[in-house]
Structures are given as C-alpha cells and as structure tokens.
Design a protein around this ligand. Structure first.
Ligand code: NI
Length: 255
C-alpha cells in the first residue's frame, strides 16, 4: 500500500467528486491521504473532510502567502483545531521568496512562531520552501530544539547540499510529480543520493500531476506513478518503494 502524505482534497478542483477521488485512490492501493490546509479556513475544512473519511488525515497551518493573517487570535484558534485526533501535522508552513509574496521578515517571524507551535503541540512539521532554502536551513539549524517531533520537506526541489542538511536535521524528503518531469534532471540527480529510508511520497494534488499526466488534475491515484519512477531511479522494485515510504510516513505521522 501507499500513503499520499500531502494533498489538497478540499480544493475546488475536486468539488462534488470527493468520494470518486478517494475510491480511485483505494483502487490504486493509496490507502491513506493527508490533506493539507494553508490558512485558518482551509485548515478547518481539511479537518472536517478528514473526520468524514476513513484513512484521511489533516495537516494545518499558515502557508507563507497568508502570514499576514497570523495573529494572537488565529494562533489560538489553530491550537484549538490541532486538538482534533485527525490532525497529524502542522503545515504546510515555511518560506517562499518569489515575487508578490509577503515580506521576508514577516514570513520568517510567522514561520518561527509556527515552529514553536509544532513543539508545543508535539506534532511533526510539513515544510514548504521555494527559493528560500538558505534561510530555511539557517532557521531550522538555529531552532533544532523545536524540531524533536520531526518533519518533512514537502515537494523538495533543493540542491544536493540542502538535502544533506535536511537529512542531518532529521527531516524526510517528500517526492511528488515534479520528480517525473522530463526537464527535472537536477531533482532526480539529488534524489539518487537520498536514501529511501528518508523519503515520503506525495501528490500535492490537484497540482503537479506526474508525467505522463502533466497538466491534468492531479489525484492521489497517481502516487504509484511517482513510486514507479522513483523505483527505476533507485534501482529497486516498486514494492520496495511502497513498503519503505509507507513505513516512513507511519513513523513520522503516527498513522
Ligand atoms: Ni501543497
């Protein structure tokens, strides 16, 4: 079996098709899915969805784009939401230094506040990082004490050096559809040197469908496609990829 460790099942792309999407996943041996929020409202939706469906869990937090909404009040609300048994992680949270995003200092400040929350709540963290790996590693290294419950770099796209640093810090590296893209040779080179014991599988659906479905609506059912690609890259069979990545996800998220 497989676990999709990062999806957005409450996205409007799936509206009205949720049951079908989950059945498709089961038919492809994807038996557990962690659906992720990105602000307070979507975190609530993720929990509601998880409560209604066996095998679905929630991850909650404020994504870099929405850090302006992180206040004393919303933090308190997030803490309360995290008490739900279906909440298995805090995330996706992190840093994104692309145009149009909130200023870097605010992103770092809110990221650090949420890392404190991760520690208080005794949950693993799901990291989002884009064009900000230097600051991300610096912040994580400076706050190792807050990371005792582990975590993962969702949709990893960093360099070999960053992967080594992430693993040293005890993180997992999550592999999604990007690793199958024809032009993603750099990502594949990096993954060759990451042990399977440090990897998780994810779709990040509805975004980033793997090759040959690139551009279509992504779904958890494509996890085996990502796993097959990884199996070829690592020179093992797909069952080995399934077994090890599932054990990793179970260990990290306690599911
Ligand atoms: Ni995501």
């Amino acid at each position: 079996m497989f676990i999709d460790t990062h999806a957005h099942l409450t996205d409007k792309a799936f509206a009205g098709r949720e049951e079908e999407i989950l059945q498709n996943a089961k038919d492809c041996l994807v038996e557990k899915v962690i659906t992720s929020g990105f602000d307070l409202a979507s975190s609530k939706e993720a929990i509601d969805f998880a409560r209604k469906h066996d095998g679905v869990y929630a991850s909650i937090g404020f994504y870099p784009e929405f850090v302006q909404d992180y206040t004393v009040e919303t933090e308190e609300k997030l803490k309360n939401l995290a008490k739900d048994k279906k909440v298995v992680a805090i995330g996706e949270i992190g840093l994104q230094y692309t145009d149009g995003m909130p200023e870097r200092e605010l992103q770092k400040e809110v990221f650090l506040k949420q890392l404190n929350l991760v520690y208080q709540l005794e949950k693993p963290v799901v990291l989002h990082c884009r064009d900000a790996y230097g600051d991300m590693i610096k912040l994580l290294k400076g706050n190792k004490d807050l990371l005792v419950f582990g975590g993962t770099f969702h949709c990893f796209s960093g360099s070999h050096e960053i992967a080594i640093e992430a693993i040293k810090l005890g993180f997992y590296i999550s592999i999604g559809g990007v690793s199958t893209f024809k032009n993603a040779t750099n990502v594949r080179e990096v993954l060759k040197n990451v042990p399977l014991e440090r990897m998780l599988l994810e779709t990040d659906c509805p975004y980033l469908a793997p090759h040959p479905y690139r551009g279509k609506i992504n779904e958890p059912k494509y996890i085996p496609t990502i796993a097959e690609n990884l199996a070829v890259l690592k020179g093992v069979d797909v069952e080995t990829v399934a077994k090890i990545t599932t054990e990793n996800a179970r260990r990290l998220f306690k599911i």
